[in-house]
Design a protein around this ligand. Structure first.
Ligand SMILES: Nc1ncnc2c1ncn2[C@@H]1O[C@H](COP(=O)(O)OP(=O)(O)OP(=O)(O)O)[C@@H](O)[C@H]1O
Length: 696
């Protein structure tokens, strides 16, 4: 019996096809098995470079391109396009087997052949070539075949390689990108994560390659499974993980482990699979956690999708870290009386005034959080000896004594008045947990861990006993938008030898990714482990239009443009819930909501929850974390709005904090822009934000 396989890229295209065409595709392929049995018609393609490519009729105008094997009985649906485009697409391409991974790859041979002479011409004049430092043997071992090797040898810079992403075989291109970014052949090999290492690969056995290609091809068993796959084309990650993702999610670790990677590389997907894996193969209760309620909501929704048996809920608890801290606190002391931000500021102001110390209230508040709480400083002696890493203003011993006096007064006032902050609730919950021998969880899985403060790390550390598979977390320090740097060593988390990086972005087009990476160009971003992190090598195989950036004379003109853009997207068939608008402040969010409502666009202001069906989502950049939209407008990227003046410590108060705050605001824009899947539109009025000015 013939079996149908569907190429993962086709599933993305499928979501964009008109509904009538989608229905015809489903109809044709639902009958594929039986029709093939009785002789379905697969048309040969004249002048094909690879005669295993065939077409199948969808309707009068549309054709499917199918890869038909010479042996075996699995047919892979690669594309559905209008008649002439389908033929042209197929004529340019060939299918081959990657000799390192044993998996199938499709390449645009015509584009490779066409660009090679020009590259060779340019290379003749260049002093050196991009891969002079890598031997042919290493390239071949990593699955780079003859044609790609010849191409790679003609390259002189990374820009040329990036322009070839659309037509080189994706895995080979990924290998070359990593090598060009400075990774050694061994590191690249480890990252290929090939689970078929050592097996002899027959490069002519396409059928075997299709069977092995679970990262790229969905094998469908019958019409019902086909319907299920086509009904949720974007939820494929539930079943099909990249081999590296699967290895990370299912490994057994001797202690804390970490997965890193740029935006959209599937870290959250790995977190969800890890939680399910631990719930089914682990040894006790699993906590899945993160730092905000919105993120916890989206983790809950994701876990629900993975919970086919309906049993995960018994073993897995999802709660954000503050929620956990407050629960542990309440169990022992009842609800805390919380000191709100305004009252806290008042208290610091009074203390600074009464003691007449040479510090601003905000400097003292930061000193308390970033030195005293972060390092668990309890006495004047401890404070005098404390490292003040990340604090820019040096303090002599007299000034330290003055600062300590103010901090002591503050802590005493809290104690005497029975008041708590979220941080002190967390510290107390940690103390309570440390005393317990019966820890509430056996495994803890954390998403967006780059934003956890030291006291939150200590809370989590105290909530599960130390041991194998105790702590697993996903982090990308380029997306840190709340906290300052944290050193894992300082909070007792050692991930040496248990850290994996993901490189393939599954969300954002290469065009949007490259533009967004430009926003961070030149920033020195830490790796939480005493070094610097890099997302060089993070890549996307998806392509689309480049982001548009537009400036306006006035905020009114800018708002009008945002409304027009959203309406345009809606007109082209994008569903309202697939559209997002992000802005830096709540005031700007309110303005966008009002402007869209005035034009009768259904709109939902994000406030701690998830997008709702039938409405365009509008939210602050912070609220965008954990979400993604097919089309996204980022508005108000203007001078005076971004960086937000309120979020920046004045340089004369503390130079290091000033720089760190600026970096965090830049990362915030980066996070917002990388929520876009296909279209990104960025706007400003009067003067652009300096973050945009730096791009041009
Ligand atoms: N193996 C996969 N196959 C197909 N799609 C995937 C795969 N892994 C992840 N995705 C999709 O890629 C998108 C991004 O995944 P995810 O949110 O897990 O990335 P992330 O690294 O956590 O992103 P960010 O750090 O930007 O929040 C999601 O739409 C997810 O469904």
């Amino acid at each position: 019996m013939a079996r149908l396989a569907i190429d993962r890229d086709f599933l993305r295209d499928f979501a964009d096809l008109e509904k009538t065409v989608q229905d015809r595709v489903t109809e044709v392929f639902a009958k594929f098995e039986s029709a093939r049995h009785t002789g379905i018609h697969l048309e040969k393609i004249t002048r094909a470079r690879d005669d295993r490519f065939r077409t199948i009729r969808i309707d009068q105008f549309w054709r499917g391109v199918v890869l038909a094997p010479e042996s075996g009985d699995t047919y892979t649906l690669l594309k559905v396009l209008p008649h002439d485009d389908a033929y042209a697409w197929a004529q340019r391409r060939t299918a081959t087997v990657n000799t390192a991974t044993g998996r199938i790859e499709i390449r645009d041979v015509e584009a490779i052949d066409a660009s090679l002479p020009f590259l060779e011409q340019t290379a003749k004049k260049a002093p050196k070539r991009l891969f002079d430092h890598v031997s042919d043997a290493d390239l071949r071992r990593l699955g780079v075949d003859g044609q790609t090797l010849a191409f790679a040898r003609a390259l002189t810079d990374e820009v040329q390689l990036r322009s070839a992403e659309g037509f080189l075989p994706p895995v080979q291109c990924q290998v070359l990108t990593a090598l060009a970014a400075g990774y050694s052949p061994e590191e690249v090999w480890a990252e290929l994560g090939s689970d078929i290492m050592g097996e002899q690969i027959d490069p002519d056995d396409l059928d075997a390659a299709v069977q092995r290609s679970s990262d790229r091809v969905v094998l469908v068993d019958g019409p019902e499974e086909l319907m299920a796959v086509l009904a949720h084309p974007f939820a494929l990650w539930r079943v099909y993980l990249h081999p590296v993702q699967r290895t990370v999610a299912e490994a057994r670790y001797g202690g804390p482990a970490r997965v890193t990677g740029g935006p959209g590389t599937g870290k959250t997907v790995v977190v969800l699979h890890r939680a399910r894996h631990l719930a089914t193969h682990g040894e006790g209760k699993v906590l899945v956690t993160t730092f905000t309620s919105t993120l916890a909501e989206s983790l809950k929704a994701g876990l629900k999708l993975l919970d086919e048996s309906g049993k995960l809920a018994d073993r897995v608890e999802v709660a954000h870290v503050d929620q956990l801290a407050h629960r542990i606190f309440r169990e022992a002391h009842g609800a805390p009386a919380l000191l709100n931000d305004a009252r806290e500021r008042e208290l610091w102001t009074t203390i600074a005034h009464d003691l007449d110390v040479p510090f601003t209230p905000s400097f003292l508040a930061e000193e308390w959080r970033r030195v005293v709480l972060a390092q668990q400083v309890r006495t004047a002696q401890d404070y005098l000896a404390a490292k003040r890493t990340g604090r820019g203003r040096a303090l002599g011993s007299r000034q330290r004594a003055q600062a300590w006096q103010a901090i002591w007064e503050f802590e005493t006032a809290l104690r005497e008045q029975g008041l708590w902050t979220h941080e002190t609730v967390c510290v107390e919950a940690t103390r309570l947990l440390s005393e317990r021998t019966d820890k509430p969880y056996r495994h803890i899985v954390v998403d967006e861990a780059q934003d956890l403060s030291p006291e939150k790390w200590r809370l989590l550390r105290a909530a599960a006993p130390e041991g194998p598979d105790d702590l697993f977390f996903a982090a990308d320090t380029h997306q840190r938008i709340y906290q300052h740097r944290v050193s894992l060593r300082d909070v007792g988390v050692n991930v040496t030898g248990r850290s994996t990086r993901l490189r393939t972005n599954y969300r954002t087009t290469a065009e949007i990714l490259a533009w967004s990476l430009g926003l961070l160009h030149g920033e020195r971003i830490d790796d939480m482990d005493g070094g610097l992190d890099s997302i060089a090598g993070c890549r996307s195989e998806l392509h689309g239009p480049p982001p548009t950036v537009q400036g306006f004379k006035s905020r009114e003109d800018e708002l009008r443009n945002v409304v027009e853009t959203v309406r345009e997207w809606l007109k082209t068939g994008v569903a309202p819930e697939e559209i997002g608008v992000a802005a830096r402040s709540r005031r700007l969010v309110d303005e966008v909501v009002t402007a869209l409502e005035a034009e009768s666009v259904p709109v939902h202001a994000l406030a701690g929850g998830l997008p709702v069906e039938g409405s365009v989502s509008v939210g602050t950049m912070h609220r965008m974390k954990g979400l993604e939209f097919r089309c996204l407008a980022v508005t108000g990227v203007s001078e005076g709005q971004l960086p937000s003046p309120n979020a920046i410590t004045p340089a004369d108060e503390d130079e290091a904090s000033h720089r760190a705050d600026l970096q965090r605001e830049r990362c915030l824009l980066f996070v917002a822009c990388t929520r876009a899947r296909e279209c990104l539109h960025v706007t400003w009025s009067r003067e652009p934000s300096p973050f945009l000015a730096a791009l041009s």
